[in-house]
Structures are given as structure tokens and as C-alpha cells.
Design a protein around this ligand. Structure first.
Ligand code: TRP
Length: 437
């Protein structure tokens, strides 16, 4: 089912790993509010636009944009939007796979009972051991890429969507257990106020850009994932309603993760701005203390790895489908080729945490820069173009047809957000950022 496929894509490391970590780095409350505003005023209308384009174009994002561009405007140059997205997808999957490898490693560690009654110090040491070890990370990164490539090669969809159906409730149950721990054992009040009490004085142009970029990242927007999946959406299904449900679920899970993690951070005097290691340095503490911690912990990391897998598949699928159509090669060949390319790029992310950790420029390490460029620059630019195309260049008749089940008010809300608010916001935020470049 479409809704499960897109949820499987949207819900992943972005919600559990990246959201808490960038919220911490960017000072909490004010960042969260800007992120939420971006989700609903930019993310939601763009998601609707991308699904519309996908369902109408019925192909991979590049070809869909080319076909629709010719149909609606007489110009196939719109396919460039698809290419920008593809590039972003490449870059994102290269580091995504490394982090997914970490979660898998943590699944094994938790299963061994390593975290029973550990201290914050010990947990930190374990994390450092992982990030310092190139071979370990290489193994997990390779494992994860091989898994992704083999699933894509087979073109399995049905099984995965069913799995998503069970994964979500299971994930929520464990998150409830963790939340209970955070409320009772963590510093819950400080965690909540960090997350929701805004201090706008610490906000910079860069923070706003990161919040917006994350809205794209977490909803899988801007790279054509949603366009790709939109191609499989049946005519009678409602684009408007499904988009709202997906956006709400995704946001709920991210905030939920934040509510779990920050009380643990403050109860243990950890640094909320610890960076990409934040969840790996907090959650094991909780699993080490609760009853059944080994079971819950192992299950939790297994579920996150799985959520990452369904997202990774959505990151790879568009480029593979494009390659198959373009070069007439076998699905497995295309998947392996793309997989190899992305895998080798992932090595730079691995090195960013050890040998090249002091090689910093612009936004930080190589990993920081890959993430920043892809999530905060490329995704917004192509997302902007997708929505401008759907709302300005697609005829009124076409968009009305795709959103035929909406009321006039709902349609006009989408059109207003997609035509004016989302594009202007993206442009202003990007320009504002360039100002402080
Ligand atoms: N949204 C996913 C997450 O939050 C990651 C992801 C999947 C993604 N597909 C994407 C991000 C496309 C950007 C673009 O983990």
C-alpha cells in the first residue's frame, strides 16, 4: 500500500537519530518550532505536489519530469529537477548507510548484554570504539549496502510494506517503554523545556536552513522518492489525506524520540550538542537500567535498522529505475552499479569520524559537509522546483484532477501554500543563508 511505502521511506534515521541530534546541536526549542513550521507550510504542500507529479508522470522522477514538462510546458528541461534530486539521494544514502550500520552494531552489542548497568562514561567509550574503528564501520556499512542492493535487485515491494505495517506499532510500543523510563528516571522537565521552550536569540540563518533542510530530509522530499512512489498510487486514492497522515506520523515519531532522549541527556549531565553520537550515547543508558533492557534494546535497534532499510531502499530505487530505463540494463546490474558508487562515497563518512576527523572546512567534517550540501541545499532546491512545477506550470485542470477528492477550500490551501508560501520560504531562507555564507 502506498501509505505504508511512503511512511517506510519517511520514518527512519531522520526521526530517531538525526532529529534529536540536530535539535541538540541547534539549541532546542526555537529550532523545533521552526522545524514544525517548515513541516506544515513547506513540507506538506511539497509532498502533495510530488505525489501529484508521480501519479501523473508514472515513471522515475527524471522521466516523469521530462514527460510532464513536455506535456504541460512544451519543455523537457524540467528533468534537471530529477537529476538534482538524484544527486542528493546519492550523497544522503552514502552516509545514511554508515549510520544504519552503527544501529545494527548496537543491536548486536545490546543483545550481548553489554549495556547492563553501564555508566555514561562507559557508553561513550563504546561509541568511540566504534567510530575509531574503520574496519568495523566498513563491515557494517558494506553489510547494509549489500542488503539494500539485494532487496532492490529483486524488486520486492509487497513483503516490505507488510513488514512496515508491523514495524510501526512495535516501534511505538518500545518507544512508550522508553518514554516511561525518561519520565520516571530522566530529567523530564528539563528535557521538555529544552525541546519546547524557544530561545530565539540563538537562532541564526544557518539554524533556519538546517531546520528547513530537515523538514525535507525527514519527509523524504526533494529527491523524487515520493514522486517515484506516487507513480504507484491508485487513481481513487486521496493524495491530500494520505499526505496529511504521513506528515503527522513522521512528525509525531520525531518529537517522541526527542522526548525520550533529552530527559536522559540532562539526567546524566550529558551534552545535548554531542552531535551524531547522541542517541548512541543516551539510549543504551536507558536499556541498561530498565527491566528486560536486553530484549527491548535489541528489538529497538533492530527496528531502527529496519526502518533505515526501508528508507535506504527508497533512496536507491529512483536512480536504479532511471538507469534501467535509460540504459536498458538488468535491474540487478543497475542496483549493483549504483550501490558500489554510493558505497565508495560512504567511506568518506567513515573516515570523518577517525583519520579525517580533524580535516574540517565550511560546515565541519566531510560528513557534515555531505549532509549539509545534500539535505540543506540540494533537497530544498529540487523540492522548490517540484512544487513550482506542480502549482505554476501544471495546468489547473491537471492539478484539480489529481486532487479531485478535496474540497475547494482544501485545494486552495494546497495551491496557495505550494504557489507562494513554500517557494518564497525556501528562496528567502536560502538567500538569507547565502548572506552569511
Ligand atoms: N526520510 C528518511 C528518514 O527520515 C530518509 C530518506 C528516505 C530521505 N528517502 C529520502 C531523505 C529522500 C531525503 C530524501 O530517515
Amino acid at each position: 500500500m502506498f501509505i505504508l511505502a511512503v511512511s517506510g521511506s519517511a520514518i527512519g534515521l531522520g526521526n530517531i537519530w538525526k532529529f534529536p541530534y540536530i535539535t541538540g546541536v541547534n539549541g532546542g526549542g526555537a529550532f523545533v518550532i521552526i522545524y514544525l513550521i517548515c513541516i506544515f507550510s513547506i513540507g506538506l504542500p511539497i509532498m502533495i505536489s510530488e505525489i501529484m507529479i508521480g501519479r501523473k508522470g508514472k515513471r522515475n522522477p527524471i522521466t516523469s519530469m521530462e514527460i510532464l514538462g513536455i506535456e504541460e510546458t512544451g519543455n523537457g528541461v524540467w528533468k534537471i529537477v530529477g537529476f538534482i534530486g538524484l544527486m542528493a539521494g546519492f550523497l544522503i544514502l552514502s552516509f545514511y548507510s554508515v549510520i544504519a550500520g552503527w544501529t545494527f552494531h548496537y543491536f548486536l552489542l545490546t543483545l550481548q548484554g553489554l549495556f547492563i548497568e553501564t555508566s555514561a562514561m562507559e557508553v561513550k567509550t563504546v561509541f568511540n570504539q566504534l567510530t575509531q574503528s574503520i574496519p568495523k564501520q566498513l563491515i557494517y556499512h558494506s553489510f547494509f549496502m549489500i542488503l539494500t542492493v539485494s532487496i532492490i535487485s529483486k524488486g520486492v515491494r509487497n513483503g516490505l510494506e507488510k513488514a512496515v505495517y508491523f514495524m510501526m506499532p512495535a516501534l511505538l510500543i518500545i518507544m512508550c517503554v522508553l518514554l516511561y523510563y525518561s519520565i520516571t528516571q530522566g530529567n523530564f522537565s528539563e528535557g521538555v523545556s529544552f525541546l519546547f521552550k524557544p530561545d530565539f536569540s540563538i537562532i541564526t540563518a544557518s539554524t533556519i536552513l538546517v531546520a528547513m533542510g530537515h523538514a525535507f530530509f525527514t519527509l523524504s522530499l526533494g529527491m523524487g522518492c515520493v514522486v517515484m512512489y506516487g507513480a504507484y498510487l491508485e487513481e481513487h486514492e486521496s493524495i491530500f489525506k494520505t499526505s496529511i497522515i504521513i506528515v503527522l506520523c513522521d512528525t509525531f515519531i520525531a518529537l517522541f524520540a526527542g522526548l525520550i532522549i533529552f530527559p536522559i541527556v540532562f539526567a546524566n549531565n550529558l551534552d545535548p550538542g554531542a552531535g551524531p553520537g547522541l542517541i548512541f550515547q543516551t539510549l543504551p543508558l536507558a536499556f541498561g537500567q530498565i527491566n528486560g533492557g536486553i530484549l527491548f534494546g535489541a528489538l529497538f535497534f533492530a527496528l531502527i535498522s529496519f526502518a533505515a532499510l526501508t528508507s535506504a531502499i527508497s533512496l536507491l530505487e529512483p536512480s536504479v529505475v532511471w538507469l534501467i530505463e535509460k540504459r536498458q540494463i538488468r535491474r540487478s546490474t543497475a542496483a549493483i552499479l549504483m550501490g558500489l558508487l554510493i558505497w565508495s562515497m560512504g567511506i568518506f563518512t567513515i573516515l570523518s569520524f577517525n583519520n579525517l576527523s580533524s580535516f574540517v572546512f565550511w560546515k565541519g567534517t566531510i560528513f557534515d559537509n555531505i549532509d549539509f550540501l545534500a539535505s540543506n541545499i540540494l533537497l530544498p532546491i529540487s523540492g522548490l522546483l517540484f512544487t513550482v512545477f506542480a502549482s505554476w506550470f501544471m495546468s489547473h485542470k491537471s492539478s484539480k484532477r489529481e486532487l479531485s477528492d478535496t474540497t475547494i477550500l482544501q485545494y486552495n490551501i494546497w495551491r496557495f501554500l505550494a504557489r507562494y508560501i513554500a517557494p518564497l520560504a525556501v528562496i528567502i531562507i536560502l538567500i538569507n543563508f547565502i548572506g552569511v555564507f
